[in-house]
Design a protein around this ligand. Structure first.
Ligand SMILES: Cc1cc2nc3c(=O)[nH]c(=O)nc-3n(C[C@H](O)[C@H](O)[C@H](O)COP(=O)(O)O)c2cc1C
Length: 400
């Protein structure tokens, strides 16, 4: 991904890993970013400002009160100029300072003043990293929303082996790219309303037994989380599941297919897109017993009747600017059946689960084929459900 015109402030603190930072800055400038560098006094002992000025093509700032050319608000200007601040390498000392709000040099003052996200690449000896005080500072910073890349396990300049090595410049570069990619994606569904359904439904046989299926809700919850992260207003209608929804998701809990139908109908009118990832029971019990059915000697018959076909019913009130995405799990004639469903239920696309050891109910991964209403079919590789959710929402965002 290009980083053209992205404004990135790189802060160096006093660790041996400073020698790797010119490689990071080169990758950033090659990708089109505008990079400015701030160093602590200790960092200048490890690498010269001249080297960093040369690779960044910008003046490097070190002092809060420089003897030459004093600019009174430089700390605020830099704090507000940056779209992202990256501290690499980050010493134990700087973690301690920023976690308590100390600003006793230019870099820590900028970090205190910046309204922008700060990404930290810690680098230190394993003893310093494992120190409970450092761990407490890291936990505080994580809780406050600071982003971390690394550290990693490996051999150190101090000849120790363990946790605390700075992530390689390439990895930090990729984390920066991912950050900008996510921020771009974050806006893709801004102002849109998305309705997602998830999980199984339960059809009561008697007060203690029910008919259901193996759906865990993982796919639907992942879709709701992706939609929220992309800026959508999300309602998730979910059957029984043990997953905590992403903060920001409006959760509506249901149990039966009839309740699912009622809630989908209620919310569908006001949304731009419905993603039907729930696995509602296709049959319900004709006469639910009010008392627990006792074990008998002979066989026992249960009369079932079909439940309402929710998508077919919703398609009747679908407006042209609304999008409906269905999910299907078929064991035979999968593609032909999915294509028939697209037509019958006026779907814009259908996600066909390909059953397998890494796919379907309960797994963390899924393998799907996406079928579009124009007949196009796209096979996707096995992916984590969270990644698949991102991909599906990106397609939806483009269509909306
Ligand atoms: C050779 C050498 C290597 C150092 N490497 C690290 C390091 O990797 N990580 C760290 O936290 N401190 C390291 N230190 C200690 C810091 O430089 C020291 O704590 C300093 O006060 C950090 O200041 P700063 O956070 O303002 O840059 C090292 C010191 C020396 C002399």
């Amino acid at each position: 991904m290009s980083l053209k015109d992205k404004k990135i402030l790189v802060g160096l603190t006093g660790g041996i890993a400073c020698y790797k930072i010119p490689y990071l800055i080169r990758s950033l400038t090659k990708a089109g970013a505008d990079v400015k560098v701030v160093m602590t006094e200790a960092a200048t002992r490890f690498i010269t400002p001249l080297t960093l000025e040369t690779v960044s093509n910008n003046p490097v700032a070190v002092h809060m009160f420089p003897a030459e050319k004093f600019i009174s608000t430089r700390h605020i200007d830099l704090a507000e100029w940056a779209e992202l601040v990256v501290i690499a390498p980050a010493t134990a000392n700087v973690l301690a300072k920023i976690s308590t709000g100390i600003c006793d040099d230019l870099l820590t003052t900028i970090i205190c003043a910046t309204p922008r996200p700060v990404m930290i690449a810690p680098a230190m000896n394993p003893g310093m990293w494992q120190n409970p005080v450092t761990q407490r500072n890291v936990a505080t910073l994580r809780e406050l929303g600071y982003l971390f890349v690394g550290p990693e396990e490996g051999d150190m300049a101090c000849e120790h082996v363990g946790m605390g090595r700075m992530s390689e410049p390439q990895k930090i570069f990729e984390a920066i790219q991912a950050f900008f990619q996510t921020s771009r994606k974050k806006k893709a569904l801004k102002g849109k309303k998305v309705l997602v359904t998830a999980g199984p439904t339960r059809e009561a046989i008697d007060p203690v037994r029910y008919l259901s299926n193996h759906s865990s809700g993982k796919m639907g919850y992942a879709l709701a989380a992706s939609a929220v992260k992309m800026g959508a207003e999300v309602t998730l209608v979910s059957g029984p599941a043990t997953i905590t929804p992403q903060p920001g998701v409006h959760l509506v809990s249901i149990e039966t297919t009839k309740e699912l139908h009622r809630e989908v109908k209620k919310y569908f009118k006001g949304v731009d897109c419905l993603i039907m990832a729930a696995a509602p029971a296709d049959f319900t019990v004709v006469h639910t017993k009010q008392k627990k059915i006792k074990r008998g000697k002979g066989t026992f018959e249960l009369s079932l009747e079909p439940t309402v076909d929710i998508l077919k019913d919703i398609s009747k009130i679908k407006k042209t600017n609304q999008l409906i995405v269905g999910f299907a799990l078929e064991t035979d004639d999968a593609i032909a059946n999915a294509r028939r469903k697209i037509k019958e239920k006026k779907l814009d696309m259908i996600i066909l689960n390909q059953p397998g050891p890494d796919s379907g109910f309960g797994t963390d991964t899924n393998q799907v084929t996406i079928l579009y209403k124009n007949g196009r079919a796209v096979d996707l590789p096995v992916m984590r459900k969270t990644e698949l959710a991102d991909s599906i929402l990106e397609i939806i965002a483009k269509k909306l």
